[in-house]
Ligand binder design. Structure first.
Ligand SMILES: CC(C)(COP(=O)(O)OP(=O)(O)OC[C@H]1O[C@@H](n2cnc3c(N)ncnc32)[C@H](O)[C@@H]1OP(=O)(O)O)[C@@H](O)C(=O)NCCC(=O)NCCS
Length: 174
């Protein structure tokens, strides 16, 4: 996929216009702000240490290369010209190449207005072309949120019963 490609536009529950698109180089400073604000909050994410602009540039460079080779996907949410959320799809390798691992973060001030759920839906629609199963790993509140959103999107869970909370949730797409 191309960088900066717009995939979906919608109105959030508070009326704000949201664009879901692939990332581009110009998003670098917004990415630094997004990740460091979650670290400041003490959110349960992949890192608990603030990133430097250089580190984030390395990460973004890798993600843009992955995107262009169709080996994975990132979708950002843009509101008023600013990236306020990011979602990642990591494609498995070898015998797990049909499985995609999903990650979603939304900056404070933009939560609970439907952005995470819409990103989940759009990410799955895009990645379904090359992936048949998805998994999501996180802390209890994150997987609990995911199960709530899956219900809204009529996505089926492969493991456990529909309501039980675990650290990893496997999602089946039809
Ligand atoms: C988790 C996260 C990705 C969700 O994205 P979001 O855009 O805020 O979520 P949405 O607006 O799409 O979904 C909100 C819905 O999920 C529900 N919800 C929120 N947290 C929930 C939880 N822990 N368990 C169950 N449902 C939850 C809300 O009540 C809301 O329901 P409603 O639409 O019926 O009112 C986002 O909040 C985030 O990045 N948080 C970072 C901090 C974190 O990890 N917090 C712990 C998870 S809440």
């Amino acid at each position: 996929m191309k960088t900066g490609e717009i995939l979906h536009r919608f109105k959030a529950k508070d009326g704000r216009e949201v664009i879901l698109r692939t990332p581009r180089w110009e998003d670098l400073d917004d990415f630094v702000e997004l990740i460091n604000s979650l670290v400041d909050e003490g959110a349960d994410i992949v890192t608990n240490r603030k990133v430097t602009r250089g580190e984030e540039a390395d990460w973004l460079g890798r993600r843009l290369a992955i995107l262009e080779k169709n080996e994975g996907l990132n979708l950002v949410a843009e509101v008023d010209g600013k990236v306020i959320a990011n979602s990642t799809l990591e494609k498995g390798k070898g015998i797990t190449s049909h499985v995609g691992e999903i990650g979603i973060i939304v900056i404070k001030g933009y939560r609970n207005i439907g952005i995470g759920t819409e990103m989940l839906k759009t990410l799955i629609i895009q990645a379904k072309k090359w992936i048949s199963r998805f998994c999501f790993s996180g802390s209890f509140p994150q997987t609990s949120w995911l199960i709530t959103s899956m219900r809204k999107l009529a996505l089926r869970r492969l493991d456990g019963d529909q309501n039980s909370s675990t650290k990893t949730v496997n999602i089946q797409t039809m």
